[in-house]
Design a protein around this ligand. Sequence first.
Ligand SMILES: [Zn+2]
Length: 299
Amino acid sequence: MQNLKNLIKQAEKNKVAIGHFNVSDSMALKAIFESAQELSSKGGPASGWKVPVIIGTSEGEADFLERNLASAMVQRLRADNKFPIFLNSDHAHSLEEVKKAVAAGYDAIIFDGSKLPFEENIKQTKKAVEYIRSKSKTILVEGELGYIGGSSQILRSMPAGIAIKPEDLTKPEDAVRFVKETGVDLLAPAVGNVHGMIGVGQNPRLDIARIKAIREAAGVPLVLHGGSGISDKDFTAAINAGISIIHINTEIRLVWKNALEKSLLQNRDEIAPYKILKPSFEGVKSVVKSRLQLFNKLI
Ligand SMILES: [Zn+2]
C-alpha cells in the first residue's frame, strides 16, 4: 500500500483532496472509516484509487481517547483492510506533545506555532522537524503560518486576532522562507479560513488566487484547516488551486451532539450506550461521506 506522502502527491495530481476528520472516540473513528471504505468500493476518479482518509486528534481529543489506543486502532484498520487510513496529531503546540505523538506511532504531526511571531514560529517548528526526523524517516510534518483561531466550536462572532484581512493572510514570500528554513513536508496557510463555524454560512470566503500563489512559491502540498462552514464552491476552487488535505471537525461535532440530544429525549428509558449513540454514529458517517464525495470529486 502507498504511504501518505505518495497519496498526497497522487491526490494533487488528480486534483482531489484527502479528507481529515477529528475524533474523540472509537465510534467516530469507525464512522469515518466506514464512510471512506463504502465510497472506495464505487471507485474513484483514477482506477484503483481508494478514498484515503486522515484521522486527527487534537491535544484534548488525544488526552481523552489515549494516543496509544488511537494509534493501535488506526494501524489495525489499515493493516486488516489494506486501507489507506492514517493518524495525525492535530495542532501540537509544544515539543512535549510532538514527542508523545512520535512515541505513540502517529503517521503525521502538525506543529502549530501560528500564534507565535514569524521568526519564533520558524525557530520552534524547525526544532520539532529536527526531533521528528531524528526519530522517524516516514512521519510527515506540517507547519502552520497565519493564525486562524483555535477552537472547533460554533462561534458567535469572529474571534480576535484571526487573520482575515488581506494584509494579514499568509504571504507567498513568507511561505517560501518558512518551508525552506523549517523543512516541513506540508504547509497550512491562512487564506480566509477560520477554525470553527461562525453561525450558518457566515464563514469568510477563501482567497483562491492566494492559495495558488502560495502553492507555487512554497513547493510543498497545502492543507486547509477550518473546513467547516466553507461553501462547496470554495472547496472545489481551493482544491483546484493547490489544496491537498482538508480538515473538518466542527461539523461532525455538531451532528454528533444534535443526534445524541434527540436520541436521549426520544428514548428516555434506554441505557445501552451503543443504542443511544447509534443516531450520532449515522450522523457522523453521513456528514463525512458527503465531504469525502465532494473532496474526491465523486459527485
Ligand atoms: Zn486545524
